[in-house]
Design a protein around this ligand. Structure first.
Ligand code: ZN
Length: 184
């Protein structure tokens, strides 16, 4: 249980499809300590989500936690700590909305990404129970960002207007009136 180093864009692990876990494997202490490491690292970095490949573990595990008391997110965006194992996303409504995203693995940059805002996530929780979660809005964007990491994708792959990729300082200086960033 510890804060781990976050690997950055260019590291090959970020481009691999992460390995799914068997139910047996989920029950092992190594999985519990992986989840704890993810949580500790996310807290240390001030993120709202993190995926195992970001700490160089190519397994299909991601967590999110959105705490509005940080003041950075709207009160309705209150998501308790959730663990997603072997998740799959089904888009329920293709209509997309864009947010300025950031990523712990792409430090110092922001990019505008449009994603579907109504999804169904099928996954196993940390007790290996099959779960389904229907999500809308900003939380749907955060989950898609995190789950992309499990399939070797980064948010920069999804930026359609390349002019909307920029440094964080310039984003804050010139574009901060735009919708809240999704940071992980
Ligand atoms: Zn990320």
């Amino acid at each position: 249980m510890a804060v781990k180093d976050v690997i950055r864009m260019g590291h090959p692990t970020l481009r691999k499809v992460a390995q799914k876990l068997s139910k047996q494997e989920i029950g092992r202490p190594e999985t519990a300590s992986l989840v704890q490491d993810l949580f500790d690292t996310m807290m240390d970095q001030g993120g709202i989500g993190i995926a195992a490949p970001q700490i160089n573990v190519s397994k299909s595990v991601a967590i999110i936690q959105i705490d509005p008391s940080s003041g950075r997110y709207a009160p309705e965006e209150n998501v308790p700590m959730m663990v997603f194992i072997n998740p799959e996303i089904k888009v329920l409504d293709k209509k997309r909305t864009g947010f300025w995203e950031g990523c712990l693995s792409v430090p110092g940059l922001r990019g505008f990404v449009e994603r579907p805002q109504h999804i169904l996530v099928k996954f196993l929780d940390d007790k290996a129970q099959a779960c389904e979660l229907e999500v809308q809005g900003f939380t749907a964007t955060v989950i898609q960002h995190e789950l992309d990491h499990l399939f070797g994708r980064l948010y920069v792959d999804r930026i359609e207007d390349r002019k909307k990729l920029m440094f964080e300082e310039e984003y804050l200086q010139f574009h901060a009136e735009d919708p809240a960033p999704a940071i992980d």
